[in-house]
Design a protein around this ligand. Sequence first.
Ligand code: FAD
Ligand code: UDP
Length: 392
Amino acid sequence: MYDWLIVGAGFAGAVLAERIASQRRESVLVIDRRPHIAGNAYDHTDAAGILIHQYGPHIFHTNAESVVNYLTQFTGWRPYEHRVLAQVGDKRLPMPINIDTVNGFFGLSLQTGEEMEAFLATRRVEIEKIRSAEDLVLSTVGPELYAAFFRDYTTKQWGMAPSRLPRSVTARVPTRASHDDRYFTDTFQMMPDRGYTAMFEAILDHPLIDVRLGVDFADLRDSGIFRRMVYTGPIDEFFGWRLGRLPYRSLRFEHRTLDQEWLQPVGVVNYPGTEPYTRVTEYKHLTGQTHPATSVTWEYPSAEGDPFYPIPEAQNQELYRQYRALADTLPDVWFVGRLGTYQYMNMDQVVAQALTTFGKIEATVGPRRPPRAAVTKPGKAPFRAPAPGLAD
Ligand code: FAD
Ligand code: UDP
């Protein structure tokens, strides 16, 4: 019998497992249907001995000191500022768009932020109410840069026209009236020094936490071996899709090792044209590893496959709200994470959400549990016998 079942060993599940075990001193079973911990942040050493990210490049960046302080208990850090080049025709130009991108694209020699602003003012499209991902870019940089850098990339990434997506999607990528070519400007930009999986091993390394991999929640749902649960899988799946399916966008990753030291000058090169892939990642830039060969991943957006991205269209938010209302009727189940709350969140946001959820658990369930015998609520159906090999 466990006090808690946690479905999913990604950031949301691992952080809550750690908080519950270390702060409440309650027992936790963490399951994941994949054969590994760390969720989408999973990294491992490939056949050539190079550390790669199984599910595409994961760059840690945040402005949240509390998240950094929390994770620093489990990892050291290595400084890394992410830089991305976009392959536009035969040019590789900085992305996000900055003064040098504009100069390279239009053959100009703008120098200052004022010159950049004045130039963009001549390209911008006047849009009264900026609603969509398309509106935002058109009204910021105009049609030429939109077509070259955003239109086709967004269409292939999401499988729909940018006019159907909310502005928040392209708002993730700012335009810079400067020469700053970093992808992020957060105060903290570091990678876990031994990788994400090693950090997750440390987070989950607690005597009150058991981890079982290759186990689907469906296998344990009726096992009766847990009292409360945290669910970080897709919320619509939890409810048997009874209100309809929430759409997710997926990706296919093509991992290759090349017999050369480097393929590209930066960690990621974006392909904003009509190639079927969106970007190519070369991991040694991210990890600082030295190796005579190099491992690289091509990312192909796809409708089929693991649910990676909640699709932030308005009608999906409405369906999510209906699932959320069902979730709110279950006092002993907490829904967390990118899939559990159907939100396009970065890793630091998921950690922050998990820490906040832990606060809510403390407030709702009360401080730590009393001795086990006293916990079983009168009137609650007795739990069934534990499945063999799964009980503590
Ligand atoms: P997940 O990591 O998805 O973990 C959920 C886990 O639950 C999964 O392992 C899944 O197998 C398991 N699960 C689901 N259902 C069940 C079930 N029924 N039974 C058992 N197990 C189940 N964020 C950044 O901050 N920086 C980046 O650079 C970045 N790059 C990204 C690149 C890509 C390609 C993607 C897809 C995401 C990226 N992210 C990035 C976002 C980051 O991956 C997420 O914020 C984070 O991993 C979400 O953690 P999570 O725990 O919510 O979900
Ligand atoms: N985007 C684009 N061209 C690019 C990079 C991003 O059109 O070269 C758009 C695309 O719609 C993408 C969004 O901006 O989904 C957000 O980009 P980000 O790099 O934040 O996406 P992530 O890979 O983190 O989901």
